[in-house]
Write a protein that binds this ligand. Structure first.
Ligand code: GLU
Length: 465
């Protein structure tokens, strides 16, 4: 049997990280077994589906490198669903229900009051009204086999069972040309020969309905594998409250697709062992549904940042410069000149491209808080003295070379500050960056060059007063 799997997003929002994970797991499963991965856009909800979201979903998957073998759109397949709906109506496995909204609502309220599952058990299936008066199509669930449970073996969660009574005669279409999600989904999985359904756990309640629809249509039932929920750090379902949930937000913040793919793969799947950084092909060969956990998977942003930094460190510096150029342009209007000079510092330190913002002092003059210039073991007097000595050293352009400059600064520390290097290096560093934490001042000075370095030291002196 050729493995055929799919991801079936509805284009009613931007590509969610949960959908990206479902896509990735299906893709890994297909690649592992030499099967096919299908992208099916479920756009039957005409009001909520938007072309922009359809585009965002395809762009996001392409950017992640999850390429599909076949692409379908449900809005282009209405004729297929119509034929199957007609068949079910003719065979009396489905029927028109003409209950009004009001009637259905009162029924629902009564059920809620009795603490029963809200559902509709419809008498129209037995004696339809004389005249067709507009209504919806329901599946005849509560007919003869009403006592039977609906059971399936989930490849991740084991046996799952539902009572038919809790489902009622659920609706499958608003009209012949307007199938509802569960119906179109089942028809397509059959028509597209999908044999493994790998998707989020939030779809478990839909599964018994889909099985009943498939049975009514005489389709074989595929395997199901429901992925654990993705949780925020407080262990509640991941939502915007926890931060970005749209893949495009991570893309914009400057995460690398390789890092995101790697991170997303580990949301609920473990290859076994301690290996965390994996290439795409390592993931393909290690992937198995057995490696997927039942319990929720926590979306740990710190881990994503760490992973991304690992991938950034591995990039060739020239490649990183090219990738960071748009960010440098956006943030500092730098065309890459300054960026190229500091790339080795940046590469070791950033976790996402947006972190480049922390290096603003290379691109423009920093604000300096005079108190910060004072070394913890010294005072304003000491800072002034150190900066004055440093200025004198900088006057000699010959000193502008890493080793030489370091030797000179060390000598000042030795002679004037009883060997306390912090007394010299700390105010120098703050004068150049204005920051509590920043790279080594000598490295920065060499990048800035003589003129800019002296200007900043002089400015710090003026601010100290
Ligand atoms: N259109 C559904 C969704 O976006 C697909 C569910 C499924 O994979 O069956 O959640």
């Amino acid at each position: 049997m050729e493995v055929r799997v799919r991801v079936a997003p509805s284009p009613t929002g931007f590509l969610h990280v949960g959908t990206a994970r479902a896509a990735l797991f299906n893709w890994l499963f297909a690649r592992k077994h030499g099967g096919k991965f299908i992208l099916r856009i479920e756009d039957t909800d005409r009001e909520r589906s938007k072309e922009a979201f359809d585009q965002d979903i395809r762009d996001g998957l392409t950017w992640l490198g999850i390429e599909w073998d076949e692409l379908y759109r449900q809005s282009e397949r209405l004729g297929v669903y119509r034929d199957y709906l007609r068949k079910l109506l003719e065979e009396k496995k489905a029927f028109w229900c003409y209950h009004t909204k009001f009637q259905l609502e009162s029924e629902r309220e009564a059920q809620m009051k009795n603490k029963e599952a809200p559902r509709h058990i419809c008498e129209h299936k037995l004696n339809p009204p004389e005249e067709k008066i507009g209504g919806i199509i329901r599946l005849n669930v509560m007919g003869k086999n009403r006592a039977e449970a609906v059971v399936f073996e989930d490849l991740i969660r084991g046996t799952v069972e539902f009572k038919r009574n809790t489902l009622g005669d659920f609706s499958i279409a608003r009209d012949l040309d307007d199938p509802l999600y569960n119906f179109a989904n089942v028809v397509d999985d059959h028509e597209m020969n999908i044999n493994h359904i790998i998707r989020g756990e939030d779809h478990i309640p839909n599964t018994p309905k889909q099985i009943l629809i498939a049975e009514a249509l005489g389709f074989s039932i595929p395997f199901f594998a429901h992925l654990p929920l993705i949780l925020g750090e407080d262990r509640s379902k991941l939502s915007k409250r926890h931060g970005a949930t749209a893949l495009s937000d991570y893309r914009q913040a400057g995460y690398l697709p390789e890092a995101l793919i790697n991170f997303i793969a580990l949301l609920g799947w473990s290859p076994g062992g301690n290996k965390e950084i994996m290439t795409r092909s390592e993931m393909v060969s290690a992937f198995s549904l057995e490696g997927i956990q039942k319990g929720g998977a926590i979306f740990d942003l710190k881990k994503l940042r760490w992973m991304n930094s690992e991938y950034i460190k591995k990039m060739p510096p020239q490649g990183l410069i090219e990738s960071l150029k748009p960010t440098a342009k956006d943030l500092f209007n730098d065309g890459g000149e300054i960026l190229s000079k500091i790339i080795h510092l940046v590469q070791e330190r950033i976790e996402a491209f947006s972190d480049l913002g922390e290096f603003h002092y290379f691109f423009r003059e920093p604000e300096i808080t005079p108190d910060l210039l004072i070394w913890k073991k010294s005072d304003a007097q000491g800072a002034r003295k150190a900066l004055t000595y440093i200025e004198a050293v900088l006057e000699d352009a010959d000193n502008f070379e890493d080793e030489k400059l370091r030797n000179r600064l060390d000598a000042i520390a030795e002679k004037e500050f009883e060997g306390d290097r912090g007394a010299v290096y700390w105010p120098f560093r703050v004068a150049l960056s204005g920051q509590k934490f920043s790279p080594d001042p000598v490295e920065m000075a060499v990048i800035f060059g003589n003129k800019k370095t002296r200007e900043r030291v002089q400015r710090a002196l003026t601010q100290l007063g």
